[in-house]
Design a protein around this ligand. Sequence first.
Ligand SMILES: NC(=O)c1ccc[n+]([C@@H]2O[C@H](COP(=O)([O-])OP(=O)(O)OC[C@H]3O[C@@H](n4cnc5c(N)ncnc54)[C@H](O)[C@@H]3O)[C@@H](O)[C@H]2O)c1
Ligand SMILES: [Zn+2]
Ligand SMILES: [Zn+2]
Length: 383
Amino acid sequence: MLAVRWMGPRKLSVDEVPDPKIEQPTDAIIRVTATGICGSDLHLYDHGATLAMKPGDIIGHEPMGVVEEVGSQVSHIAPGDTVVVPFNISCGGCFMCTRGLYSQCEETQNLGGRKGASLFGYTHLYGGVPGGQAQYLRVPMAHFGPIRVDESVPELAAMLLSDVLPTSWQAVKYADVEPGSTVAIFGLGPIGQMSSRIALHHGAARVIGVDNVAERLQMAARYGVEPLDATQFDSPGDVVAAIEQLTKGRGADSVIDAVGMDAAGSAPDRVLQTLKMQPDRLIGLREALGSVRRGGTVSVIGVYSMWFPNFPIGDLFDKQVTLRWGQANVRRWTADILEVLRNGDPWDAAGLVTNQAPLQSAPQMYEAFKRKENGVVKVVLRP
Ligand SMILES: NC(=O)c1ccc[n+]([C@@H]2O[C@H](COP(=O)([O-])OP(=O)(O)OC[C@H]3O[C@@H](n4cnc5c(N)ncnc54)[C@H](O)[C@@H]3O)[C@@H](O)[C@H]2O)c1
Ligand SMILES: [Zn+2]
Ligand SMILES: [Zn+2]
């Protein structure tokens, strides 16, 4: 089969590799029909070497497809079914899973490197499991994970159940969004876009969306978001001041960080980068933390995978901020989301997908998504 393999920093290749086989009675094999590229894949693309990737690893964690074969202990799906596969691999029955903490599953967690549940295509820290940007995928824990979908849900919206929709839903739930409240969302990539629409669906009166890409600000505005263009500010403090001004000096009730550790820099950070010094990866996060009102909640859904200095714990203490974060516990939210999607995809989730391309063009599509060129927001590969 063909698969997208990480070969080194910013180096991918699409190669012929052996087809996967059933290895455990709880496995399934699916023929992948649609598979997303995620902002999290961009972290691997750039820093895979420091994140325990090995050349030749198959990447991707947003697959949907048709079941080809199931192991003897898999009964809720059968060959021929169309399924979407959650990005975290969880057993459904352990201490963590029974509490809805699927991204901490005790059957697949990776305690050697002090990490949670295994993830498809996401480094040897998270299990080194071959990923879903491939023609076929072995799905471990398939007695629990895969979700059967039918024509009542638009195909691309169904694919987004693997990651984008449950992740965005969790971002909103963890942000304690209340009817009538003001929510600020940093980062208007796929996660920020859908978090905005879901926050409005949960009754937020206002969503202020911050990004530095014009097309992404425009897309958010079409769905009722007040866009705030970060390129107009020289210092991160100015973004915080702008949000204060928009909220009568109080700050936002809830804030979502949908940027993560690859935040684009402020003017001082750009100087650091030019001098080839370590960029300040917490820029987006600190703006998010600065923009929340006293007693408000910040939900960090953007990924941070290492230890970082410059974390403003004193400010958070003084402001009595509630902070929640983590990988999405996908299966905890999918039934609720499916119910919404079956009622006609009111968020236009399928419309988030701006680009579809054959699997073979993965290297070019990663680069386009990374550069945010020509209005690219969400890319789906077709194996
Ligand atoms: N927690 C989870 O389970 C989970 C799941 C999926 C994705 N993620 C993470 O969510 C984040 C967003 O993912 P995505 O797919 O939307 O990717 P993305 O990279 O397209 O989105 C990031 C957005 O942030 C914007 N941005 C960069 N610097 C900024 C700054 N300083 N201020 C404001 N905006 C800034 C970028 O222009 C971009 O639009 C990533 O970190 C990704 O790893 C987390
Ligand atoms: Zn992802
Ligand atoms: Zn479990």
